[in-house]
Design a protein around this ligand. Structure first.
Ligand code: UTP
Length: 605
């Protein structure tokens, strides 16, 4: 608490502040925060800094449900538990989660996709895009980066195309709500890119921007807010779990549910594969009536990916993401003395979490109301002493979006939908140097080049499912990161949102060499189209343009040109989105057919 002199010095400044600020200060002093107001200058000295400080406190107070006093109480409780070293899995036994395995195509896959397409008109897309992308080190927002460089489509443009394609497949058309969580760092540039590109063809009203704010850092186990300087708080990110808080405080989850939305699909900023699995995952959510459906991948035991496990205890039955470094010890301590062991296919019983979530809104809204959107916060202080009384540096409360089921009762159904990895997930998060080092160490590079590689891979997979013969190709290392040579395929969302659609639209044909095929438009049909050598065929058809394509195409197409280390350096004038992958494509005369008017057309060579 203050001594009398400090209190007098501070109170001398009282008239600088509004009534609500004075009220907040009083509450903070009652809640162990008098150090924030100690040693203040006399009125007339540093008054602007004092007012700014008051405004920051007020803002952080408004941003957190229950205000700063709730934040401090939560911090004190979690810090006490952390000090005690409480095992979060005490008394819990891991079991396999309820799961649907869609890692292979076939009738079951098609069935779930067909069910999911019917859900499009009751689905909202939620993208968390507040992260700094420090590991990638791109100078700008990640959603502006091109997911592919043949036509240089930005992630945000690709997502907008997917949303438009969902709308085009509805029996009763409506706009798909698109909610984007930004932060102070990503907010202004996100608005700029949306405005500059006319919302990428979406309606402005269907895009909802929510901004996550920073939270105060905490200096000790008593929950004292940390100061950078007199009159300046240390503020830190609270994590992507903020999305739940913002969907609650904005009232948006409740409003959209009232308007008929049944599921939210949560996606990340740079996973260009995610919509490949969207229809089937929605189909699983609908059929199994999952309140929470984690889209997941098979993982090898020990892999640095969180494992999804059902944790069963006396009064507990929860399916959760367990971090990989906690999963193995938990298994050894309970059901498996050998830890996380592989099944016959070489995979762990516990599928890998990729943080793509399909959440049922009726239960979500209920849980948001009950929790005020504060979802399973945690704290991770680094202690400076064995008695765990001091921290090496201030800590803060954090929250992760995948932890929502921690608030579920055994009545809520949590399940997992497993997809082939590159079909549903390819992160673009590492700069080229780190990506090469990861690859050399046997881990996925998760770079811009690998994300683009997987984008084409999915195109080839879909065509193969439709019976097109595609020659296998080798991989080449480009500055230490693997990239697949051979045919490149982009089937735009307008052309197909499901595997069945591709099968319906494509009959026979073959792709070999370094050929390229790009299809954009709902009514394009391919009849035994053959591309070889470096030939490229690009068909773009507006809604209502029915185009049938036949025959073999021969032209010089695109050429992949590698960039040297010099060309990838900071001083080079080459655009950054190319430097971060160390190659570019040069068009040498692709056959491009564009149909801008409705009608029936045939393209034949
Ligand atoms: P990542 O941890 O993969 O991305 O977050 P990052 O934080 O942008 O990257 P680094 O760690 O700085 O290199 C996963 C997803 O969560 C979002 C990111 O934008 C990404 O879509 N995210 C992360 C938020 O929206 N807010 C946050 O506070 C943190």
């Amino acid at each position: 608490m203050f001594d009398q002199t400090e209190l007098t010095e501070f109170k001398a400044n009282w008239t600088l502040f509004t009534d609500s600020q004075q009220e907040l200060f009083t509450k903070l002093i009652e809640n162990n925060q008098s150090h924030l107001f100690a040693d203040w200058d006399a009125p007339g000295t540093n008054d602007d800094a004092k007012v700014n400080f008051a405004e920051t406190l007020e803002k952080t107070n408004t941003n957190y449900p229950g205000g700063l006093t709730a934040y401090i109480t939560n911090a004190q409780k979690l810090l006490a538990e952390a000090k005690e070293g409480k095992n979060p899995f005490e008394g819990l036994t891991p079991e396999q989660p309820s799961k649907v395995d869609l890692s292979e195509f076939g009738a079951e896959y098609d069935r779930y996709e067909a069910l999911g397409v019917k859900q499009f008109e009751k689905t909202g897309i939620v993208m968390v895009a507040g992260g700094l992308g420090e590991r990638l080190g791109y100078n700008g927002i990640k959603i502006d980066i091109a997911v592919e460089t043949l036509e240089s489509t930005a992630y945000i443009s690709h997502y907008a195309q997917c949303i438009k394609a969902m709308e085009a497949r509805m029996t009763t058309p409506r706009s798909v709500p698109f909610i984007i969580m930004v932060s102070r760092d990503t907010g202004p540039k996100t608005m700029e890119t949306l405005e500059k590109n006319n919302y990428f063809g979406l309606q402005k009203e269907q895009v909802h921007i929510l901004r996550q704010e920073l939270v105060p850092a905490i200096a000790d186990n008593e929950g004292s807010m940390a100061l950078k300087d007199k009159y300046e708080l240390i503020l830190k990110p609270h994590g992507h779990g903020d999305i739940h808080m913002l969907l609650y405080t904005s009232g948006l989850a409740k409003k959209l549910h009232r308007e008929g939305i049944e599921h939210f699909l949560f996606i990340q900023d740079t996973n260009g594969q995610v919509f490949n699995a969207a229809a089937a995952a929605l189909g699983v959510s609908a059929e199994k009536d999952y309140d929470f459906n984690s889209i997941a991948v098979n993982r090898v035991p020990g892999e640095a990916v969180g494992g999804l496990a059902r944790l069963v205890g006396e009064n507990t039955d929860l399916t959760l993401n367990v971090e990989y470094n906690q999963l193995d010890p938990l298994l050894r301590a309970t059901v498996s003395p050998e830890g996380d062991i592989p099944n016959e296919q070489g995979f762990s019983m516990f599928p890998g979490n990729i943080n793509v979530l399909c959440i049922k809104l009726s239960s979500y809204v209920r849980i948001l109301e009950a929790s005020q959107g504060i979802i399973a916060e945690f704290v991770n202080p680094k202690y400076a002493d064995e008695s765990k009384t001091t921290f090496k540096k201030p800590t803060r409360l954090e929250t992760m979006m995948q932890d929502l089921p921690k608030l579920f009762s055994p009545n809520e159904k949590v399940g997992v939908s497993i997809f082939a990895r590159e079909w549903c997930f390819s992160a673009n998060k590492n700069n080229i140097i780190d990506a090469a080092a990861k690859y050399a160490a046997g881990s996925p590079p998760e770079s811009s080049a690998t994300a683009e590689d997987h984008f084409y891979l999915v195109g080839r997979q879909r065509l193969r499912e439709a019976g097109v013969k595609i020659s296998d190709a080798d991989q080449e290392l480009i500055l230490g990161v693997p990239f697949t040579l051979g045919p490149k395929v982009i089937l735009r969302p307008s052309f197909a949102m499901t595997v069945a659609e591709v099968k319906n639209k494509v009959q026979g044909g073959s792709l070999s060499g370094e050929s390229t095929l790009i299809l954009d438009g709902q009514d394009i049909k391919l009849d035994n189209v053959a591309l070889s050598g470096s030939s490229a065929l690009v068909i773009k058809a507006c809604p209502g343009a029915k185009v049938t394509v036949k025959g073999s195409f021969n032209n010089d197409g695109y050429k992949l040109v590698k960039l040297s280390e010099d060309e990838c350096s900071v001083s080079s004038s080459i655009p950054e989105y190319l430097k971060i992958r160390a190659y570019k494509f040069i068009s040498r005369g692709a056959a491009v057919y564009e149909f801008k008017e409705p009608g029936e057309y045939t393209v034949q060579e």
